[in-house]
Every structure is written in C-alpha cells, then in structure tokens.
Write a protein that binds this ligand. Structure first.
Ligand code: SAH
Length: 220
C-alpha cells in the first residue's frame, strides 16, 4: 500500500512552485491558493515524489500525462472559476486538474475515455474531501447531456476542432477553455457563448501549448 504523506518539505517545494507560476504571469490568487493546497505528488507515481514540484508535465499510465502546473494554472485562470460553477472537464487523466477545480468550490463533472484511468478514480484519495467531484467513463466529444447545461467546459487534451456538442451543453454566457490544434502545437482558446440565447460564440486566442490528443470513442 502506498503511503501518502505531505511533509514540510513538500509544502515548501509547493510554495516555491507557486512563486514560479506567479513569475510566469499567473495572477488569480484563488487558483494559486487552490494549487498550493493540493499535494501534486499524490497524483504521480511515488518514483516522481522528489520532482513533483518542478514546473513540468509527467507521464501517468496509458501513455497519458499530468499537465504541467503552469498549464493547469493557465487554463484554470482563463476559466474564471467561481464557487458553485458547474464545470465539465474532458480528460480526467491523473485527476489533478479536476481536484484544483473542486478545491475552488466548483461542481466538477470529469470524463475519461480510457477505462484503466477511469477505474483508478475509484481509489481517488480525496473522495470524501470533494463530494462535488464526479467521474464518468465516456467520450468527451459527446459531453454529458444528462447534466447539461454547464457554466464552464475545460478540455485538457488537444482538440482537432471545437466539439459542437460541448458548445450546445454550455449555458448562455458560459465559457469553454480549449487547446485547439494549430500545426504541431495548440492555441489556447476561450470561447464564450453569447448571452442573447442564439447559440453564437465569441472567441479569444491566447498562447500555444502542447497536449496529448483528444481522441474519439472509448477505450477498454
Ligand atoms: N486533466 C488531466 C490531463 C490528462 S491528459 C490531468 O490533470 O492529469 C488528457 C487526458 O484526456 C488523457 O487521460 C486522455 O485519455 C483523455 N482523453 C483524450 N481524449 C478524450 C476524450 N475524447 N474524452 C475523454 N477523455 C479523453
């Protein structure tokens, strides 16, 4: 059985990581406070314990990655999370991003297409801490029509196009943050559904990132 310990050393490294994120331009204190509260090393294989607080992505299982802390902070900041926001996340992966959103008081619905990763969510260490975080096995392109509409949607894999069903499942005035393929990289977009109820959207483009691909269908 793995022992989960959040030592003073871990806490110190985490605080330093928050300074790094601030230096890189993250200004939302709610995002920084949430990330400072969450032991990122719990979401990685224990072999990575010592380096969990470097600002880099790491492999988890099934050829997937836990996003770089800067990327998590950046996407979360763009999402403008408020307590009780109903948020749909595509790509549960390590559950780290979903935990950050849950720590900020959002109601989080996260979908994973890989069965092995979804099964791991059953042993999620913070299950009782965050009853506001719910896990689903499915294809993110379909979203979760039963639970729609959402205030926010966050896609944490490289999208080849903006999934139309996810736009449908956004509330009027709702926001989606999505890394959209553009050659070798992805351009981070924030899409706001217009408040007039006509279903139109407004797009803002931000900097480039590099994500694992958003694939179709379920696996396993
Ligand atoms: N948010 C994650 C990032 C994981 S990487 C974290 O904090 O660790 C992206 C994840 O998206 C992978 O686990 C991958 O399996 C998943 N994914 C890719 N395409 C998907 C789809 N269509 N629906 C749901 N999940 C998908």
């Amino acid at each position: 059985m793995r022992k989960y310990e959040d030592t003073y050393r871990h806490k110190g490294l985490r605080k330093k990581l928050m300074d790094v994120l601030k230096d890189k331009g993250i200004t939302d204190n709610n995002v920084l406070a949430a990330m400072n509260n969450i032991p990122r090393h719990f979401f990685l294989d224990s072999a990575f314990d010592e380096i969990a607080y470097e600002d880099r992505a790491f492999p988890i299982s099934e050829g997937q990655t836990i996003s770089q802390p800067y990327t998590v902070a950046y996407q979360t900041q763009l999402l403008q999370v408020k307590p009780f926001d109903k948020i749909l996340e595509i790509g549960t992966g390590s559950i780290y991003q979903a935990t950050v959103l849950a720590e900020m008081g959002a109601k989080v619905f996260t979908i994973e297409r890989q069965k092995v990763l979804f099964e791991k969510t059953k042993n999620y260490i913070f299950k009782t801490t965050y009853p506001n975080l719910k896990f689903f096995f499915g294809d993110g392109y379909e979203g979760l029509p039963t639970f729609a509409p959402f205030d926010k949607v966050i896609i944490t894999a490289a999208a080849p196009f903006i999934p139309p069903k996810l736009i449908e499942q956004l509330k009027a005035g709702g926001k989606m943050v999505v890394p959209l393929n553009e050659g070798e990289h992805q351009r981070m977009l924030r899409i706001t559904k217009n408040v007039d109820g006509g279903g139109g959207t407004t797009e803002e483009a931000f900097q480039n990132f590099s994500f694992v691909p958003m694939l179709t269908g379920k696996q396993g």
